[in-house]
Design a protein around this ligand. Structure first.
Ligand code: NCD
Ligand code: ZN
Ligand code: ZN
Ligand code: ZN
Length: 438
C-alpha cells in the first residue's frame, strides 16, 4: 500500500530516544512510522536525513489580534509566524477589538481566520458582564472560556468570588475549560514607577487570584486552567492542588528563561504581564515543568504590539511580547543543551496542550493523527526580531543564541513552509475553527 508523502530517514523520537525513521502520510493523516529501508512507495518523498521530524507545536495561548487591531497583527501574519516557528495549531485569545463575547464577533473572527490562515486556528470566548448572558450557542466553536480579572473584557466587571463561581459554573455546564490570567490587581490602576508596576502585579497578587479560582473550582468542579504561571509561590499552589487532575497550568518561555534583572529598568521591550520575575522564580518554573511535571504546557502568549508601543520607556510601553517564532527554537535549545528531556518537550509543547483542550487527533505522530509536522535542523542561529513573519518584531530574546531552526512545516500533510518560503496561498491549509472532541 502506498502513501501520499514520505518524510524519509529523519530523526524521530521513539520512547524518548532519537531514532532514524521514516514517516508516511496519507490523506492528511499519519499513516505509519517506518524502520528505514522498510518504507512503502510514495507519491512524494522528502529527504529528511540529518533533520528532526517532530509533531508540530500546539500553542494554546496566542493573541492574533486582527479586526480592529490589524495594525498589531492579523490572521495572515500571525499564522505565518506560527508556521515559520514550527507551530501548527494556535488558539486565539478573546481580548481582541471587539472582544469575543458573542457568536457574531466570533463568526467575524472565524471568517477572517479562514481566509488568511496558514495553520490550524482555534478560539476562546469571554464571559459578558452578566454571566447569565453567556451565549451558549458559541460553545461548539470555542475550546475554552477566558477570564481577565485585572483587565476585564467589559469595563466595570469585578472578578470576586461570585464572578469566579459564575464563570466556573458556565464552564462546568457546557463542559469547557475555564482559563484565567491570574492577577488580583485592581483593574485600571495606574502605576507611577517600575516598582509600583511590580508591586501591582506581584507574585502575591498572582497567588491570591489562583486561590480565588481554586476555591470556585473545588466548589463547582469542571476543568480549570491557569495561564502563564510566573513565580514560585504560584507554581507551588498548583503543585499542591494537582491531585484534582482537572487542574492544569501553562508557562511561557520568557518566564522560564528570563528574569526582570536581565533588563534595565527603563526598557519597555521585555514588559509583559505577568512581569518577568527573579532568577529563583524561573528556576522553580523549570523544575515544576520537567522535574515535578506540575505544569502541563508551554505556550508563547504571543502578544504583538507595534514598535511605537514597545520602543518607549517602560511605564509607557504596552505589555506583551511576540513569541510564535521563538517558542520552538528556545525549547529545543533546552533539549539540545541537555536541560529538558525529549519526553518533556513532546509533552509540554505538543501532546499536553491538545489534551488540555480536548483537541483529538493532534500532538503526536501516531497512525490516524493529523499530519501536523515540524521538521527541525539542529543548527546554531541567533534570534533576530527583524527576521520575524509577525508584525511584532521587538523581542526580549533579541541576539539570543539558539540551537534549533524549524525548516519545514506541514499542516494536515501539506507543506506550508519550507526554508523561509510559504508553499501555499493563504486560506488553503489547516482547519478553522479547531474543535474539541466531545
Ligand atoms: C496580553 C496582550 O497583549 O493581549 N499581554 C501580556 O502582557 N501578556 C494579555 C495577556 O495575556 O494578559
Ligand atoms: Zn494573560
Ligand atoms: Zn529542581
Ligand atoms: Zn495572553
Amino acid at each position: 500500500m502506498s502513501v501520499d508523502l514520505l518524510l524519509k530517514n529523519g530523526t524521530v523520537i521513539v520512547d524518548g530516544k532519537e531514532t532514524a525513521r521514516s514517516l508516511g502520510v496519507k490523506a492528511g493523516k499519519i499513516e505509519a512510522v517506518y524502520v528505514v529501508g522498510n518504507e512503502p512507495a510514495a507519491q512524494e518523498t522528502v529527504d529528511c536525513s540529518g533533520l528532526y521530524v517532530l509533531p508540530g507545536a500546539i500553542d494554546i495561548h496566542v493573541h492574533l489580534r486582527d479586526l480592529g487591531q490589524s495594525n498589531k497583527e492579523d490572521y495572515m501574519t500571525g499564522t505565518r509566524a506560527a508556521a515559520a516557528g514550527g507551530v501548527t495549531t494556535v488558539v486565539d485569545m478573546p481580548n481582541s477589538d471587539p472582544p469575543v463575547l458573542t457568536s457574531r464577533v466570533l463568526e467575524e473572527k472565524i471568517t477572517s481566520a479562514q481566509e488568511k490562515r496558514f495553520v490550524n486556528v482555534g478560539f476562546y470566548a469571554g464571559v459578558p458582564k452578566k454571566a447569565a448572558d453567556f451565549d451558549a450557542s458559541i460553545t461548539p466553536n470555542i475550546l475554552g472560556v477566558k477570564e481577565y480579572p485585572h483587565s476585564p473584557l467589559v469595563q466595570g466587571t469585578r472578578t470576586g468570588p461570585q464572578r469566579a463561581l459564575d464563570c466556573m459554573r458556565i464552564c462546568f455546564e457546557l463542559d469547557l475549560p475555564l482559563l484565567f490570567h491570574p492577577d488580583s490587581s485592581k483593574p485600571g490602576a495606574v502605576p507611577e514607577d517600575l516598582n509600583d508596576f511590580l508591586a501591582l502585579h506581584s507574585c502575591d497578587n498572582e497567588a491570591k487570584s489562583i486561590k480565588l479560582f481554586l476555591s470556585a473550582h473545588s466548589e463547582i468542579g469542571g476543568r480549570l486552567h491557569v495561564c502563564h504561571v510566573s513565580c514560585e509561590s504560584a507554581a507551588r499552589l498548583i503543585g499542591e492542588h494537582r491531585a484534582e487532575k482537572s487542574l492544569t497550568a501553562e508557562v511561557t518561555p520568557h518566564h522560564l528563561l528570563l528574569a526582570g534583572s536581565d533588563f534595565i529598568d527603563s526598557d519597555g521591550t521585555a514588559k509583559v504581564l505577568p512581569p518577568l520575575r527573579t532568577r529563583q522564580d524561573s528556576e522553580w518554573l523549570r523544575h515544576a515543568l520537567s522535574g515535578q511535571c506540575s505544569i502541563d504546557c508551554v505556550v508563547s502568549d504571543h502578544a504583538p504590539h507595534t514598535d511605537q508601543e514597545k520602543l518607549v520607556p517602560f511605564l509607557k510601553a504596552a505589555s506583551g511580547i511576540p513569541g510564535l517564532e521563538t517558542l520552538v527554537p528556545l525549547m529545543l535549545t533546552e533539549v539540545f543543551d541537555g536541560r529538558l528531556p525529549w519526553v518533556d518537550y513532546l509533552r509540554c509543547c505538543c501532546s499536553a496542550p491538545a489534551w488540555v483542550l480536548r483537541i483529538g487527533n493532534k500532538g503526536v505522530l501516531t497512525k490516524g493523527y493529523d499530519a501536523d509536522i515540524t521538521v527541525v535542523q539542529r543548527e546554531e542561529t541567533v534570534i533576530r526580531g527583524a527576521d520575524f513573519q509577525s508584525k511584532a518584531r521587538v523581542t526580549p530574546f533579541e541576539g539570543r543564541r539558539v540551537l534549533a531552526r524549524p525548516v519545514m512545516t506541514f499542516v494536515g500533510g501539506e507543506l506550508v513552509y519550507s526554508y523561509g518560503k510559504f508553499m501555499v496561498g493563504q486560506g488553503t491549509a489547516g482547519r478553522v475553527p479547531v474543535r474539541a472532541t466531545r
